[in-house]
Design a binder for this molecule. Structure first.
Ligand SMILES: Nc1ncnc2c1ncn2[C@@H]1O[C@H](COP(=O)(O)OP(=O)(O)OP(=O)(O)O)[C@@H](O)[C@H]1O
Length: 302
């Protein structure tokens, strides 16, 4: 189990991670979400002993990473799938890591099979596509058969088939009882992959909740209405629901409204409705709203 306890990392005056506390529980996929620069990679690096916390702790099975005797058997990680020696073969790369960590050689064939790279075992890594490198990175993470996995943006650059493959793999690993933490800045992707979400912004915890709970708490409900006579509907809403938002084609979205109340109101004024439906914010909308203040870098149109 991974436990992040009041973790802080300061670079000069700036806190990349600021008093962060959460746990990665076994048996589920936890999505680690935040906009670019939120502090996800810094947190993962501290959990893996690659960076020292300024204060607080990142613990694997109750211990800092550097104190683990057989770290690869405790936690597997994918940080940067490109950071591999291109001249080595896939099997050679795994053999080297297995040998230097005292892991049995039979694991090499097992993890290559688990990530679908058995046929490419003898190929040089420099000939691998991005997707194949991601698979190899995950094979490395699985080599020690660890109870916990930390994966930084594993779907980056993957095509639809690759994304689906990772999703199925992560689900399977969690179902085996492992603790899986997977970072992403893509909310919609995480909504389909994670059971649980830890959302951060500017290094601080914004939410630690089930995926369904996150949407229930942050995804606003709207009622969409449209009438035969758009002018009559506009007049009615101006009076009774000034918060209604026109969404084109004579339709309006009324935030946090009751469809029954709107239907009855329209009927009482003889406004004939041709649409009355409930819609929810997408998870992406909820995420954007929640992290809006925490976004450091926004894309600026050239
Ligand atoms: N070595 C460093 N020195 C100074 N600042 C750093 C260093 N490493 C990270 N930072 C800063 O810490 C903040 C958090 O960065 P981090 O890479 O952890 O964010 P992230 O959530 O992983 O973002 P992304 O989705 O872009 O990878 C950023 O403002 C970054 O510029």
């Amino acid at each position: 189990m991974i436990e992040i306890r009041d973790l802080t990392k300061a670079y000069g005056e700036r806190r990349a991670v600021d008093g962060l506390t959460f746990r990665v529980e076994p048996g589920r996929v936890t999505g680690f979400l935040g906009p670019n620069g939120a502090g996800k990679s810094t947190t993962l690096r501290m959990a893996l002993g690659l960076d020292r916390p300024t204060s607080g702790a990142a613990l694997v099975d109750g211990m800092p990473y550097e104190r683990l005797t057989e770290p690869l058997r405790r936690v597997g990680a994918l940080l940067d799938a490109q950071a591999v020696h291109g001249g080595r073969t896939a099997a050679g790369h795994l053999r080297w890591i297995a040998a230097s960590h005292g892991l049995p050689a039979r694991r090499i064939d097992e993890v290559l099979a688990a990530v679908g790279l058995s046929d490419a075992a003898g190929r040089r890594i420099r000939t691998f596509s991005l997707g194949m490198r991601q698979r190899l990175g995950i094979a490395v993470a699985l080599l020690g058969d660890p109870a916990a996995l930390l994966l930084d943006e594993p779907v980056n650059g993957l095509d639809a088939e690759g994304i689906r493959w990772i999703r199925t793999l992560l689900r399977g690993l969690a179902d085996e009882g492992r603790a899986v933490l997977v970072s992403s800045h893509l909310m919609a992707e995480m909504a389909q992959t994670a059971d649980h979400l830890v959302v951060i912004g500017r290094g601080r915890l914004l939410a630690d909740t089930s995926t369904a709970g996150f949407l229930a708490d942050h995804g606003r409900r709207r009622v969409r209405v449209r009438a035969v006579d758009p002018a009559a509907l506009a007049a009615l809403l101006a009076e009774a629901h000034p918060e209604a938002v026109p969404v084109g084609d004579g339709a309006y979205d009324v935030p946090d409204a009751e469809p029954g109340e709107l239907g009855a109101l329209a009927a009482s004024r003889r406004v004939v409705l041709i649409e009355l439906s409930v819609t929810h914010d997408s998870l992406e909308d909820a995420f954007m709203r929640m992290t809006a203040d925490a976004v450091e870098y926004r894309a600026v149109a050239a």
